[in-house]
Design a protein around this ligand. Structure first.
Ligand SMILES: [Zn+2]
Length: 300
């Protein structure tokens, strides 16, 4: 499932390629991908003739700002891909659900084998509408996150984004100490920390030397600082490598290229192989129905 580094990889390609372009036509071939809209026509009508102003990200959501103050939000779900095509003649991949054609002739295709992902156009909140923003996100002292949440009420519930919200380690400590959740559960709860899923939770917890089932309120100040520092470090490295593409090949950037962070995974998918730090075989357990990898010696 695409997580923050994969979504950021898609965002940065789109920011480079579609800003200032005007949407000519939108085709919806599978209405499930635009299920928040009453009809596919409603989705189309809100996009056609619009020009792209910016492409941002919050958590696992791509947020495309349109010239009428609406936003196209794309969530890739489990298997969603946004692929570019130079023109309509390029063959459409199987499971293409939405095609966005620009006046330049280029297209974006939304491809999703399992159709858990979605696209929708968010209307801006009314002038006196109060948008209820996540209490965790409100700890932020800077970044774009608060602005995006205020503009897109559908994303206001999202917790702390490790890059778009600035939350110092002391405030992060208050979050951890206010909850009695296993660390992996806390890190992957989008309403607490937005953007981390199964792969990066394992990698972050390995790098921080913390077990997946440690209870959040039990961490010492040193452990909290280490976790707080490790989250952006691991995610930044993964972004540099264009994300993680596992054997299912489900993650590709809009140019159809895989990421390479799978080659740098320390524990995730490495069951039985020696830990790079201590040579102990990496363990795998099922934790809340998710495969969880860790080093029993390096993590405590
Ligand atoms: Zn180890």
């Amino acid at each position: 499932m695409p997580e923050l580094p994969e979504v950021e990889t898609v965002r940065s390609v789109l920011a480079r390629e579609i800003v200032a372009k005007k949407i000519k036509l939108v085709h919806v071939t599978d209405g499930r991908a635009v299920r928040r809209h009453k009809t596919a026509k409603d989705f189309r009508d809100q996009l056609e003739e619009r020009t792209i102003k910016s492409v941002e990200r919050l958590g696992k959501n791509i947020v495309v700002e349109l010239d009428d103050a609406h936003h196209l939000v794309v969530h890739l779900g489990m298997t969603g891909q946004v692929l570019r095509a130079k023109n309509a003649k390029e063959p459409k991949p199987k499971h293409t659900h939405v095609v966005i054609a620009f006046t330049t002739g280029e297209e974006l295709r939304y491809v999703d084998q399992r159709t858990f992902g979605e696209l929708y156009v968010a209307t801006p909140p009314g002038e006196d509408e109060v948008v209820e923003i996540s209490k965790y996100a409100r700890l932020s002292i800077g970044g774009n996150g608060m602005r995006i949440r205020r503009q897109v009420r559908e994303l206001a519930h999202l917790g702390i984004d490790p890059f778009e919200d600035q939350v110092g380690w002391d405030r992060f400590a208050a979050v951890l100490r206010s909850r009695t959740l296993a660390l992996k559960t806390l890190l992957t709860d989008q309403d607490i920390v937005a953007g981390i899923g199964n792969i990066y939770a394992d990698e972050i917890l390995f790098s921080a030397g913390l077990m997946y089932d440690r209870v959040s309120e039990s961490l010492s100040a040193i452990e909290i600082r280490r976790l707080h520092r490790t989250i952006p470090e691991v995610l930044t490295e993964a972004i540099k490598q264009g994300g993680t593409t596992l054997d299912d090949e489900m993650f590709l950037n809009p140019d159809g290229e895989p990421g390479s962070f799978q080659n740098d995974l320390q524990v995730h998918t490495r069951e039985g192989q020696p830990c790079y730090q201590c040579r102990t075989p990496v363990s795998k357990v099922t934790f809340h129905q998710r495969a969880t990898y860790f080093c029993a010696k390096c993590q405590g």
